[in-house]
Design a protein around this ligand. Structure first.
Ligand SMILES: [Ca+2]
Length: 564
C-alpha cells in the first residue's frame, strides 16, 4: 500500500508516492515526510536531510526491519554539533571575506569546503546579549540579557528557565561542552556558570579577558596600550565550577583550549556518543594575545597574530573530526559574536566596507562572517540568503530531531533550506536592537529583504572616537528618524544613500512599519538580569579565592577596576 506524501521544501510539487506499507504507517509517529520520491533512496535522502535525523527506531520501522532493530546505530545517530564562535571579529577580517593581510588558511579551507554566508547577523552588537541569543534562539530582550553586558561582579546571569542548545540536546543523550568565553553570568557560587545551563563540562574564562582587575597587553617589548601585564590575564580559568588557574597564562591558553577540544571530540567519537561542542574563543577580542608560535607571525600586528592562532585552532578542531572519523557526521558552524572594536584601531578588527562596528546597529556592528560545514551534506559555495545566529537553535533542533523548547517564543527560523537545498531563506526580516536596549525606545532598525530602515541611530565609543565616519563616534548621540532612514543594502551595503525621501518607497516604508509594529506587539521584555553588581561574586576578588591573582590587588572590579 502506498501513501501520498510531499517533501518539505519542495514547493508546488503536486504529490508523490513514498512507499510506506500499512505496518510502517501504523508505527510511524510524528510528522510524515512530505516529498516527491521516485525511489526508496530518494525517500531515505529526504528523511536524512529534511526530517533531520529521525531516530534509529523510526528509520527501522519505515524501511522495513521492524520489529528487529538491526540498524547500524552509528549511521543513524543524530549529528554532532560544533559551534566555533570568535569574539569581536568583523565582517572584513578574514581572507575569505577580502582582508588583504590576514593569514587564515584554515578558515579559507573551511570556506572552500563549506557554505560561506554573506548576510549573516548576530542579535546584538556586544558580547553577552549576542551569546544569549545564539544559545536560546531568542532575542536578548526576551531572556533579560539587557542592557549591555555582564561584568565580573554582576549578580545576574542567563536565567535557568531559558533553554540553551545544550539544554535542548541533553534529553537526546548528547554530551555537551563549552570551551572558552561564557559571558552569561557567574553569580553567587557560580550559579549561572555553563554547568548549570545544560553543559556537562566547562573549561574557560567566564567573561572577556580585559575585564579582570589587571588589564593585559601583548608582547613584552611592545608598547603597552593600557596598564598591563604582558603575559597574563588576572581572570580565573574555570574547569566546571572550579577555578584551576588565576591569573590565566595567555601564552598557553589557546593551546590548552584546543587540546581540550581535540580530546573531547576524540573521546565522544570513540564512545559513539553524539556531542555538542560550543567553542567560544577569547580570540580576537582586545587586548589580543597569542602563543609564542604566533607572535609576530603576520604583517597585521597583534590582531593578525591573534587571528592566526584562532585560525590554527579551527584547523585543529576540523582535523580532529577527520581523525576521529566523524567529519561527515558533524555539523560545524563558525561565526563571531559581534563586529569589530574599531575603538582599538588596527588592534580592533575590520568591518570591511560596512558602516561602523561594535556597539552600533549599523551593518558593521551586527553583520559578521559565518561558514557552515558538513561534508557530503552541505554543498560548498557562497550564499547571500538572510540568516542569523538566532536561527542556529531551530536548525539544530531540526538536524537532531530535538523538540523545540516548550513554551518559549523563538525568534529564529530553521536554516535547512539554505544549508541543504540552496533555496531561499525562510527569513525575510531582521530586527536590530541597540547594545543598550530599553522598552521605551524598542527597535532601532528593521531589515526587510534587501532594505533596512533605521528608526534610531546612535554612535558608540567602541566604534571609535576618532572614526572618520562621524556617525560611528560616541559623539553621535541618539537620533530618532521619522521617516526612518532607508537603505538598499544590496546596492548600498555601506548605508550611505538614504532613500526615504523618494515617494516610490512610501509603500515599502509602510510595510516595514507594519513589520516593526507587529514584532514589538509580540515582544515581552524579560526582566533585566544585568543591572545588579556585588563585588563578593567576582571570582578573582572573593575572600579566600585560591589561587588569588598575584599580579595585582583587587580594588574595585571588572571594567571599573582601579589599578593599584
Ligand atoms: Ca564580543
Amino acid at each position: 500500500m502506498n501513501s501520498v506524501v510531499s517533501c518539505r521544501g519542495i514547493v508546488n510539487s503536486p504529490h508523490v508516492v513514498c512507499p510506506l506499507n500499512s505496518l510502517q504507517r501504523r508505527f510511524w509517529w510524528g510528522e510524515l515526510p512530505r516529498g516527491e520520491f521516485n525511489s526508496y533512496q530518494e525517500c531515505i535522502t529526504c528523511f536524512q536531510v529534511n526530517m533531520a535525523a529521525p531516530s534509529a527506531l523510526q528509520l527501522c520501522i519505515l524501511f522495513g526491519v521492524f520489529p528487529l532493530i538491526i540498524c547500524d546505530g552509528a549511521k543513524l545517530s543524530p549529528p554532532n554539533i560544533v559551534i566555533l564562535f570568535a569574539d569581536d571579529l568583523g565582517f572584513g577580517d578574514l581572507e575569505t571575506y577580502g582582508h588583504p593581510t590576514s593569514v587564515t588558511p584554515n578558515l579559507n579551507q573551511l570556506s572552500a569546503s563549506g557554505l560561506q554566508f554573506m548576510q549573516f547577523y548576530v542579535a546584538s552588537s556586544v558580547c553577552s546579549p549576542s551569546r544569549a541569543a545564539l544559545l536560546t534562539g531568542r532575542y536578548q530582550t526576551r531572556s533579560g540579557v539587557w542592557p549591555g553586558v555582564f561584568i565580573p561582579d554582576s549578580t545576574g546571569g542567563l536565567q535557568h528557565n531559558e533553554v540553551t542548545i545544550a539544554d535542548m540536546l541533553k534529553p537526546l543523550n548528547y554530551s555537551t561542552a563549552i570551551i572558552g568565553k561564557w559571558h552569561l553570568g557567574v553569580g553567587q557560587n557560580g550559579e549561572y556558570l555553563p554547568t548549570n545551563q545544560g553543559f556537562d563540562e566547562y573549561y574557560g574564562i567566564p567573561y572577556s579577558h580585559d575585564m579582570c582587575p589587571c588589564p593585559v597587553c601583548f608582547y613584552p617589548h611592545d608598547h603597552c596600550f593600557n596598564d598591563c601585564d604582558p603575559e597574563y590575564a588576572s581572570c580565573p580559568l574555570f574547569h566546571n565550577g572550579t577555578i584551576v588557574e588565576q591569573p590565566t597564562d595567555l601564552l598557553t591558553l589557546e593551546q590548552r583550549y584546543t587540546n581540550h577540544a581535540r580530546n573531547y571530540i576524540a573521546t565522544n567519537a570513540k564512545s559513539r556518543r553524539p556531542f555538542f561542542l560550543y567553542y567560544a574563543y577569547q580570540h580576537t577580542h582586545h587586548p589580543q594575545f597569542a602563543s609564542k608560535a604566533f607572535r609576530n607571525s603576520t604583517s597585521r600586528g597583534t590582531f593578525g597574530d591573534s587571528l592566526a592562532e584562532l585560525d590554527w585552532s579551527i584547523g585543529q578542531v576540523v582535523q580532529q573530526l577527520k581523525d576521529s572519523g566523524v567529519a561527515d557526521k558533524t555539523f560545524v558552524f563558525f561565526t563571531a559574536d559581534n563586529g569589530p572594536s574599531i575603538l582599538n584601531q588596527n588592534r580592533g578588527g575590520s568591518a570591511g566596507l560596512l558602516k561602523c562596528g561594535k556597539g552600533t546597529t549599523y551593518e558593521g556592528g551586527q553583520r559578521v562572517p559565518a561558514i557552515a560545514l558538513w561534508p557530503g551534506k552541505i554543498q560548498p559555495g557562497r550564499t547571500r540568503e538572510l540568516a542569523s545566529s538566532l536561527d542556529l537553535l531551530p536548525t539544530i533542533a531540526n538536524l537532531t530531531g530535538a523538540p523545540l523548547p516548550a513554551g518559549k517564543v523563538l525568534d529564529g527560523v530553521d536554516m535547512s533550506e539554505i544549508l541543504f537545498h540552496n533555496r531561499p531563506s525562510q527569513r525575510e526580516t531582521f530586527i536590530y536592537y541597540p547594545e543598550n536596549p530599553n522598552p521605551t525606545l524598542g527597535i532601532f532598525a528593521v531589515r526587510y529583504k534587501q532594505y533596512k530602515a533605521h528608526y534610531f541611530t546612535r554612535g558608540n565609543k567602541l566604534s571609535g572616537s576618532t572614526n572618520r565616519d562621524h556617525d560611528c563616534r560616541d559623539s553621535a548621540k541618539l537620533t530618532p528618524h521619522d521617516p526612518p532612514l532607508l537603505f538598499n543594502l544590496d546596492q548600498d551595503p555601506g548605508e550611505r544613500y538614504d532613500l526615504s525621501a523618494d515617494p516610490k518607497y512610501k509603500s515599502l516604508l509602510e510595510k516595514i512599519a507594519a513589520i516593526k509594529g507587529s514584532f514589538e506587539a509580540g515582544m515581552t521584555w524579560g526582566r533585566s538580569q544585568i543591572n545588579g553588581t556585588n563585588p563578593s561574586v567576582e571570582p578573582c576578588c572573593s575572600p579566600g579565592c585560591s589561587p588569588f591573582p598575584a599580579c595585582c590587588r583587587c580594588k574595585g572590579s571588572g571594567i571599573n577596576f582601579i589599578p593599584v
